[in-house]
Write a protein that binds this ligand. Structure first.
Ligand code: SF4
Length: 364
């Protein structure tokens, strides 16, 4: 049974925790919620969402191929996961003594090898694919221009607030030409609910004018062109490429950075360095869907301040288990969106989304 299959049945002590801690000699407080919050605040200038267009392939053949390679060599983590599944119904159990904890030459406190970390990382990705088979971008959009605009607006606010704002925006300015010709004050008024509306209006007017003048009113499908647009950084560009053009990309937003550091996939804080290190762990075909899954998990379970460890489906694979609430009942109450039985962020979610749509502006 997979770890995901046993989720919520109980959250055993992480078998990789001691190893990973030993790997860097770092205590649980290494990436504390407070530190992460501060970092997230600094780095979340253009908070991104993720891709749907890459979904079909990511959990498909390439994932299975990757999984196959991992399974051919993996021992410890998988054994631990299997054990977790077998015992999950009985509630939390120590995984002490599992193969993972006793991997050859890697006793408690010993560093986890890079190879073992890669196997564990790929295992987590597969587990998350089971938990969130419906993972998708959480910004509503109908074309690349709408996604670009929505992603720029998502800086320093929630995707929900953006989704509640963009219907009126795109009704008034459906194309780059329309938006470039907008009266700034009118544009500002519409996007006011997303915050920082004057700066965002300047970006939208600027990028719309460049799209109109230099790209024939179309959003370019190249990173080099996208990052030259006003208000568009590498993260926003990757979101657009991955979602609207099917070009694999990693979205290193505040959730992604926090989780991959908690999982000890990297210790980097700089988003570009994080992107480079995570890109080396996974095949390109996985990048977009991996981003969706990690961000989904960060928003629903592994929160910055209070991770719901006691209700976390990948707890047996997480070296930071225990950083948050471990009591299953209390942890269950921390779950958000569809995991907590609440509406999602999109007003128009995909058909396979198991939760309910978000309410329109003013109704929440
Ligand atoms: S909630 Fe986060 S920190 Fe806690 S076990 Fe899950 S992934 Fe690890």
């Amino acid at each position: 049974m997979s770890v995901a299959g046993s989720r919520l049945a109980g959250c055993p002590e992480s078998p990789v925790r001691a190893q990973a801690k030993g790997a860097d000699g770092v205590s649980d407080g290494h990436d504390s919620a407070v530190g992460e919050q501060a970092a997230g605040s600094r780095k979340n200038k253009d908070k991104a969402t993720v891709n749907r267009s890459g979904r079909a392939g990511s959990a498909g053949s390439s994932e299975r191929a990757t999984a196959g390679r991992g399974e051919a060599v993996a021992t410890g983590v998988q054994s631990a996961a299997a054990e977790s599944g077998a015992t999950g119904a009985d509630g939390p159990k120590s995984t002490k003594g599992t193969k993972s904890a006793k991997a050859p030459g890697k006793g408690p406190g010993r560093p986890e090898s890079h190879l073992a970390m890669v196997r564990r990382a790929r295992r987590i990705n597969r587990e998350l694919a089971e938990v969130y088979p419906y993972a998708h971008p959480e910004l509503d959009f109908r074309n690349p221009f709408e996604l670009l605009v929505a992603t720029v607006l998502s800086a320093q606010t929630t995707d929900l607030r953006v989704n509640q704002t963009t219907p009126a925006l795109f009704a008034a300015y459906p194309t780059p030409e329309d938006m470039a010709a907008a009266v700034p004050e009118d544009l500002e008024e519409i996007i006011r609910p997303t915050g920082f509306f004057r700066a965002k209006a300047r970006s939208l007017l600027g990028l719309s004018a460049v799209l109109r003048d230099d790209f024939g009113g179309e959003v370019p499908g190249r990173l080099a062109d996208l990052v030259k647009l006003p208000g568009v950084g590498r993260k926003t560009a990757n979101v657009v490429l991955g979602n609207a053009f099917g070009v694999p990309g990693l979205t290193v937003d505040t959730h992604f950075g926090r989780l991959v550091r908690r999982w000890k996939w990297t210790e980097q804080e700089d988003p570009e360095k994080v992107e480079a290190e995570i890109a080396a762990i996974f095949p390109k075909s996985e990048w977009t869907m991996l981003s969706h899954r990690v961000i989904f998990h960060g928003r629903r379970v592994c929160h910055a301040r209070k991770p719901a460890c006691g209700a976390c489906p990948i707890a047996p694979l997480c070296p930071s288990y225990g950083e948050g609430e471990t009591d299953p009942e209390k942890a269950q109450k921390l779950l958000k969106y569809e995991m907590g039985g609440k509406p999602g962020q999109r007003l128009n979610p995909p058909p396979d989304f198991p939760g309910s749509p978000a309410p329109p502006l003013g109704a929440d």
